[in-house]
Write a protein that binds this ligand. Structure first.
Ligand SMILES: NC(=O)c1ccc[n+]([C@@H]2O[C@H](COP(=O)([O-])OP(=O)(O)OC[C@H]3O[C@@H](n4cnc5c(N)ncnc54)[C@H](OP(=O)(O)O)[C@@H]3O)[C@@H](O)[C@H]2O)c1
Length: 346
């Protein structure tokens, strides 16, 4: 199976490629897109994944440079490789840096422009892929909804919610993230009209010790500075990286499954308080009984409100209905496993 991946050097991309490569690298031929080829090759070389090094033929692992805007290059690379599946993960990192105007533009444009360009390139291919998987985020859902949010009941949940404010950042005006996610998803919508099955993977924060917010939090807890971030009773949706990657491969491998929106979250969302209590307990560190939410809102502004002050319980109903089994459904299982992995790696 030929799989092209954009954003392949990111947290999810690296884990996905490692899993595909490790499970059966004779089965998959991979084309990895990056804006910086040397850096991408180095990243994969350091992970022990490089075509020549272990005698695997080059056709199983190829790298291509693609900077959005270079439509010509993208089209030719895809035409030459002729992928069965395209997985689109690229996008300016949302959590790094402050949300000044230029950063917000980059967050939006890197996703929307690349999506439109991929659509155009795929439209022009002689042989189109049968599946297009596009990363998305649960940032599209409203905070504080009255019920658990599934793929099908989002609208209903929102209208029954106490604040009824739609996808807003804690009642603080229209959410930038919801706008980004909506535009991001719309950018590739036309692929469906071309007969390409499109899966939208709405990721919750992915728990991993190789990247993402857990990596940033753990040192504070180790220095005994752990506190609850976000509203204590607020719902926290998350997914273990192994489940995120396994679910992606499940959808790639089961061609008969329907396209559309999939929530990539654990089936058991927790609360902010319980998440931080579990983290402190498993790291054998204290959790101080106060919060810095007011300061965070003040210091981080919109970014703090939209990324940290969240309250949403999102359920991966479609994956569950289709029989996908989560290896780490509870936050205890996920945190215990991630800490073990970290200890093994040092
Ligand atoms: N990880 C999570 O918890 C999470 C949760 C919800 C949604 N998502 C979404 O899922 C996707 C993959 O997540 P991730 O955590 O793997 O992302 P990531 O670690 O931030 O990596 C994304 C990749 O996109 C490329 N990129 C970065 N800035 C770019 C820009 N301005 N223009 C074009 N390409 C750019 C980079 O690849 P090169 O430098 O090699 O080009 C980077 O490796 C992202 O779109 C993210 O928003 C992730």
């Amino acid at each position: 199976m030929k799989i092209a991946v954009t954003g392949a050097t990111g947290t999810i991309g690296k884990m996905l490629v490692q899993e595909l490569w490790g499970s059966d690298h004779e089965r998959y031929q991979l084309l990895l897109f990056s804006r910086n080829l040397d850096q991408a090759k180095k990243i994969y070389h350091n992970l022990g994944i490089s075509a020549g090094a272990i005698g695997i033929q080059d056709e199983h692992l190829q790298f291509e440079k693609w900077i959005p805007g270079d439509h010509y290059h993208l089209f030719h690379a895809l035409n030459r490789f002729s992928p069965d599946v395209v997985i689109h993960l690229m996008g300016e990192n949302i959590a790094e840096g402050s949300w000044k105007t230029a950063k917000k533009q980059a967050i939006l444009r890197s996703r929307v422009d690349s999506g439109i360009e991929l659509y155009r390139a795929i439209k022009s291919l002689t042989k189109r892929p049968s599946l297009f998987v596009q990363a998305s985020a649960i940032g599209i859902y409203a905070n504080g909804t009255a019920c658990d949010i599934c793929e099908e009941n989002e609208r209903e949940c929102r209208s029954n919610s106490s604040n009824g404010n739609g996808a807003t950042g804690s009642g603080s005006g229209p959410s930038f993230l919801a706008y980004v996610v909506r535009s991001w998803e719309e950018a590739t919508a036309e692929l469906e009209r071309l007969g390409v099955k499109r899966v939208i993977a709405r990721f919750a924060p992915v728990l991993s010790m190789d990247g993402g917010f857990l990596v940033k939090l753990v040192p504070y807890f180790k220095w005994c500075l752990g506190v609850v971030l976000g509203p204590e009773k607020g719902g926290l949706s998350w997914i273990h990286h192994q489940d995120a990657v396994s679910a992606l491969i499940y959808l790639i491998e089961h061609k008969e499954l329907p396209g559309g929106i999939y929530n990539f979250t654990s089936p058991k969302p927790t609360t902010n308080a319980y998440f931080f209590q579990t983290l402190a307990k498993r790291l054998h560190r204290p959790l101080w009984p106060f919060t810095f939410n007011f300061c965070l809102k003040l210091l981080m502004g919109q970014k703090g409100r939209e990324l940290i002050m969240t309250d949403k319980r999102v359920i991966p109903q479609k994956l569950l209905d289709l029989g996908f089994i989560f290896k780490y459904p509870t936050i205890e299982q996920a945190i215990v496993d991630l800490i073990k992995r970290k200890e093994k790696s040092v």
